[in-house]
Design a protein around this ligand. Structure first.
Ligand SMILES: Cc1cc2nc3c(=O)[nH]c(=O)nc-3n(C[C@H](O)[C@H](O)[C@H](O)COP(=O)(O)OP(=O)(O)OC[C@H]3O[C@@H](n4cnc5c(N)ncnc54)[C@H](O)[C@@H]3O)c2cc1C
Length: 366
């Protein structure tokens, strides 16, 4: 009897698997996929906000991909995972059984992170950035004050692209980027942090350092130093964590709720469950949440899921020591980091665009 592989979520790490469904079928494995229908490429998210990329350029129709590979597709999200009965329950009530499963459901911004968070737009899911572009393009405000909370790469790119869009819309605007540390991009080399600060200033973004947002209202953001920033548009880029259903499932997770996996990307507690992307962490060598890891894990998952169900040897994921990260700064320049090397300008932007389009080309015609 055919073995059933269930793929939960259609993120970056599952794309190589989805592109190879006919190979699974030939190996006698039937594949069911449960995920919201469209994949949104995070690398193009800030560019969608800025207006550089269209929805078509940055999304992939997963249903189409799965049906072409003769898999079964549910356009739905999981609400419960039971590793003991090997079942997943979908929001629509469907219960799916599996012999092996792979989980790639990403991460999101906690709505409980700051009181009043419901008045902020979140940078995750990435589709929000596209919707925000659409809204601003329709409304075309004459004046706008915006606050972006969080000074990591996502916050920097969001503030920069928002600034770019508002300039293009000829709006009278101001944009504040609230950091709870002294510099944007903590964890990056000093040269990157310096350039990020300088560039944001040049773009007209006001950086508020060493401040934490403690309350958000429809008109303002209150900081822990007592200041209240007027804000008609508040964006939260306050750090992400995996969905709660993982911790609730009984699968072994880390302190953030990410599934703990070994180097074969198998859960340390339930080896018939694999995972990739932001919703996992490696038990022996914790890794950052970056699309780059998710993408690289995808090719390991493509092999291992089939190998596991056919009793063949598995491959291991070795996180690269350095990863290339390039921020889109909203004015056709980029800010790049690779290990100790930092570079900025139109060449960095061109390289990012080239890498991002090459990534999407791999999948759009499958
Ligand atoms: C603004 C921004 C810019 C970024 N830029 C970069 C960058 O340039 N480079 C980089 O390396 N990283 C970047 N990142 C980080 C990057 O977005 C993540 O690391 C990456 O998206 C992780 O990919 P993933 O495959 O784990 O999840 P995702 O690509 O987010 O996919 C998860 C999928 O699971 C689905 N899903 C969610 N819940 C369920 C459920 N319950 N059931 C079924 N399906 C579900 C979602 O719909 C989604 O399609 C950026 C992040 C942000 C917010």
């Amino acid at each position: 009897m055919a073995k059933t592989l269930l793929l939960l979520g259609g993120g970056h790490a599952h794309l190589p698997v989805l592109a190879n469904l006919s190979g699974y079928r030939r190996a006698g494995i039937s594949v069911t996929v449960a995920a919201p229908r469209y994949f949104w490429y995070s690398g193009m998210g800030p560019g969608m906000l800025g207006g550089m990329y269209s929805r078509t350029e940055a999304t992939i129709d997963l249903a189409d991909m799965v049906l072409k590979g003769s898999g079964v597709f549910y356009d739905d999200a999981a609400v419960a995972i039971d590793p003991f009965s090997k079942t997943v329950t979908l929001a629509g009530g469907e219960v799916l059984h599996f012999d092996a499963a792979s989980i790639n459901i990403g991460s999101g911004i906690s709505l409980r992170a700051i009181p009043g968070m419901e008045y902020a737009a979140s940078v995750k899911p990435v589709a929000n950035l596209y919707r925000l572009h659409e809204q601003l393009d329709i409304v075309r405000p004459a004046e706008l004050t915006a606050v972006v909370i969080g000074g990591g790469l996502a916050g920097i790119e969001t503030a920069a692209n928002l600034a770019g869009l508002l300039k293009e819309l000829r709006c009278r605007w101001s944009c504040f980027l609230v950091l709870n540390g002294s510099e944007p991009a903590p964890g990056f080399p000093a040269g990157f942090r310096r350039r990020a600060r300088r560039k944001l200033k040049r773009l007209g973004v006001t950086i508020i350092s060493n401040a934490t947002a403690i309350d958000i209202s429809p008109e303002s953001v209150l900081l822990n130093n007592g200041d209240r920033l007027e804000s008609q548009l508040t964006l939260a880029a306050t750090g992400v964590r995996p969905p709660d259903i993982l911790a609730e499932s009984g699968i072994c997770v880390d302190d953030q709720g990410a599934i703990l996996v070994g180097d074969t990307l198998q859960s340390v507690s339930h080896p018939f469950i694999f995972g990739g992307g932001d919703c996992i962490n490696m038990a022996d060598a914790p890794i950052a949440r970056a699309g780059v890891h998710a993408v690289r894990q995808g090719s390991i998952l493509r092999h291992n899921l089939s190998a596991f169900l056919s009793d063949r040897p598995l491959r291991t994921y070795r996180p690269p020591k350095k990863i290339l990260l390039i921020a889109n700064m909203g004015d056709r320049t980029g800010l790049a980091n690779w290990g100790a090397i930092t570079f900025a300008g139109p060449a960095a932007f061109w390289l990012k665009g080239w890498l991002d389009r090459r990534f999407m080309r791999r999948y759009v015609s499958k």
